[in-house]
Every structure is written in structure tokens, then in C-alpha cells.
Design a protein around this ligand. Sequence first.
Ligand code: SAM
Length: 258
Amino acid sequence: MNRENIVAKKKFGQNFLKDQSILVKIIQAMPKNDNKIVEIGPGLGDLTKFLVDVKSVEAFEVDTDLCKLLQSTFKEEIDTKRFHINCGDVLQAWQSTLVDEAYDLVANLPYYIATKIILKALEDPMCKNILVMVQLEVAEKFCANAGGKVFGSLGIITQSVGTANIVVKVPPTAFDPQPKVDSAVFLIQKNSDRCDKDFEDMLRVAFSQPRKTLMKNLSSKYDKELLINVFQTLELIQTIRPHQVSTQDYHQLYKIIT
Ligand code: SAM
């Protein structure tokens, strides 16, 4: 199998990144540390080439044709143990951890499962940093701050475990084939693992109707009298909307009402 014969498969979210300047920006944004690199969906291996120059890489690729191509392209790196490829669905391979040593996830993710992968990486204790390309709209949700229109559960979960920043916005012309949407590379630097499930359940209730007040949403599940008291203690007005409350205040609320 050689790369000229490869036809991008829509079902696997294959949009290959062609713009070299973006590849370089991804490499420059990588946190400096001794962690292993995990790449999900190496595709034709264009980002992988840069990554194996810096560190050893553990990769997961679902497409059998691409897997064979990568095995021949990176034969030398496989022999010298700088590169290891797992052929199959990364979500199937992912147990409580994806690999058994500290790693940074660096990838141009398949967009149809990007949010799921990032949430898995946030709860994986071996994953220390996440540097990924996703749809711009998704990147903005993970990097959002309280008060911003798209601030919601993804932003709060991310801020609870670390910090997130957009590295670079990427137009469709950077890819072949071109996606219909804008993309962005963003970086999450973790300093703890994903918060507990009950906290995330509370967030689901808090944002169940994003345009309604937080009080209305929360009182569908939690005691109204208690909520009135907690809002007073935290100096939150009764009409506040879910996206206007800070991550810190959500944690305070959670401690008291559950
Ligand atoms: N890294 C390459 C690049 O930047 O050009 C390709 C990125 S492409 C957006 C997404 C890649 O993820 C494809 O190679 C696709 O086959 C792979 N992929 C899709 N679903 C996957 C899954 N469930 N497990 C592992 N890889 C997957």
C-alpha cells in the first residue's frame, strides 16, 4: 500500500492536515517534559514524522489500510522502538488508562468522536497534557470562561482539572479533503484528573435548559429552600444564568447541595 493509492474515508473522519506551518505550530506548542507521546489517528503519518523526531510515539489507528502504510513508512522507527502502532479502534483499546506510563496526547483528532476522546483523556490518570486539533466550535467550548456564551459543562470540567488555551485557528484549506467547518488546535495542561461523576451530573442539571435561570434548572432536582440559602451565601443573584457562574462557584454549590 502506498500513500498515492489512499482515498480518504469519510466514515473515519479522515481530513489529512497538509499545511506544514500548522504541523510546525503543533510541535512548538508541545509541553516540554519526558512524557511519552500518544497519537490517535496518525493517518498518513505527516504529524507523526515530526513527533518521532522529538520523542517515542504510541499510536492508535482504526483504518487497516493506513495501518499497513504506517508500518512500512515507520519501519526503522518501529525497529528502534521510537514508534509503536496499535491497529484498531482507540475507544475499544481504552480501559482505565490508554497506556501504562505518563503521556501527552498529541493528535489531529477524528471529529466525529473528538469530544468523547478528550473527555476520556481528561479522566485518564496517565494523560498529563492534551494538544489536539478539533472543530473550532468544540475547541471554544473546552477553552471557554465563565460569562462567555459557550461556557458550559465542557469548560467547567476542563477548568476543574487544569488550564486550556487555543493555540491556533485553522481554516478548511489546510486539509485534504477540506472539512466543512473551521478547526483549531488547543492545549489542556492537566494538574489533576477529571472531577467525580456526581459533580458532572449536577452540571447536566444546571445546563439542562441553558437559557433558563440556574435556579430554575437546579430546583428541578435539588431542594429549593437550600438553593436559595446557598445562592445568598455565594452572592449569586436569583436570576443568574448557568453560563454566568464560575467553576469555583459550581464546586462550592456542589459541596453544599449534594
Ligand atoms: N493525523 C492525520 C493528519 O493530521 O493528517 C490524520 C487525522 S484525521 C482527521 C483522523 C484520523 O483518525 C484518521 O487517520 C482516521 O482513520 C483515524 N481514526 C478515526 N476513528 C478512529 C478510532 N476510533 N480509533 C483510532 N483512529 C481513528
